[in-house]
Ligand binder design. Structure first.
Ligand code: FPP
Length: 267
């Protein structure tokens, strides 16, 4: 793994030291990232906010490539929330939509080269039709890849996901014995998980948030129940593969208890 990573762009002597701290046998199975700080990055440079989003694409590329090459099986990026859609100026939203289309057009060959399968979560049916078409195309042409699954959360909100899941449970019950049957069967945690957008994914082990904010911002609230949280001051456009490795090295030092007592308390 180390030889592969040495070849990745931008790896200096110091980066090698970070890499040496990562245990390739204990990688998180699923990493979720809240990409934040694009606006502040641009503001510091007296540039328009959209310049931060444009530079954020470079961070996406580096993070995706590093995660795939070291063998992380699942990576989910929070690209666009349901709130972003409603609360940002129309011009910024349409810039983000254009950026997504260009990213998909340009990146698909690299995704294929790195054996990455693309997927999406969120109310994607509410996105502009041309964007949905490009998304479907990118998903189809990467669909046979067997390496990492890259999930883009687009027009995503955890509360709307839960509302969609409950509606889907009721709709499925209507097809299968009605609500009386559902009441007898009982809705348990497994039923809810099976009706989430993420039904085919393991829950994230690690969630990374950039730009120092200590919030989950309506991201994967159900799925992050036991995830380790890593917050870095680095603004998203400055985030690179080496920062991902730092987060993984930090994750590997944590003792995960899942509500139990953990090793330090057992005797
Ligand atoms: C948060 O920064 C970032 C976003 C709302 C958009 C994320 C988009 C990208 C990283 C680029 C495109 C992504 C893909 C997958 C092609 P912010 O604008 O909220 O920053 P601020 O908090 O500093 O204002």
């Amino acid at each position: 793994m180390r030889t592969v990573l040495r070849k990745l762009a931008g790896f200096t002597q110091k980066d090698q030291q970070i890499l040496a701290q990562v245990d390739p046998k204990h990688l998180p199975r699923h990493i979720a990232v809240i990409m934040d700080g694009n606006g502040r990055w641009a503001k510091h440079r007296h540039m328009p906010r959209v310049a931060g989003h444009r530079s954020g694409v470079e961070a996406v590329r580096s993070t995706v490539e590093t995660a795939a090459r070291i063998g992380v099986p699942w990576l989910t990026l929070y690209a666009f929330s349901v709130e972003n859609w409603k609360r940002r100026p129309k011009s910024e939203v349409s810039f983000l939509m254009k950026l997504l289309k260009v990213y998909l057009e340009k990146e698909v060959p690299t995704l294929n080269k790195n054996n990455i399968r693309l997927d999406y979560i969120g109310r994607v049916h509410e996105l502009p039709e041309d964007v949905q078409e490009k998304m479907q195309w990118a998903k189809d042409v990467t669909g046979a890849n067997t390496g990492m699954t890259l999930t883009l959360a687009l027009n995503y909100g955890a509360r709307s996901e839960l509302a969609d899941a409950f509606n889907s449970i009721v709709a499925a019950a209507a097809q299968n014995g009605g609500l009386e049957h559902l009441r007898r069967e009982k809705i348990d945690e497994d039923t809810i998980s099976r009706h989430l957008y993420t039904s085919r994914q393991p829950d994230p082990d690690l969630v990374i948030r950039t730009s120092g904010e200590m919030r989950l911002s309506n991201f994967l609230l159900w799925q992050l129940a036991y995830a380790e949280i890593y917050v870095t001051e680095t603004l998203w456009p400055d985030f690179r593969g080496k920062h991902l490795l730092e987060a993984i090295a930090d994750f590997q030092k944590r003792e995960r208890r899942f509500g139990g007592l953990g090793q330090t308390h057992e005797s």
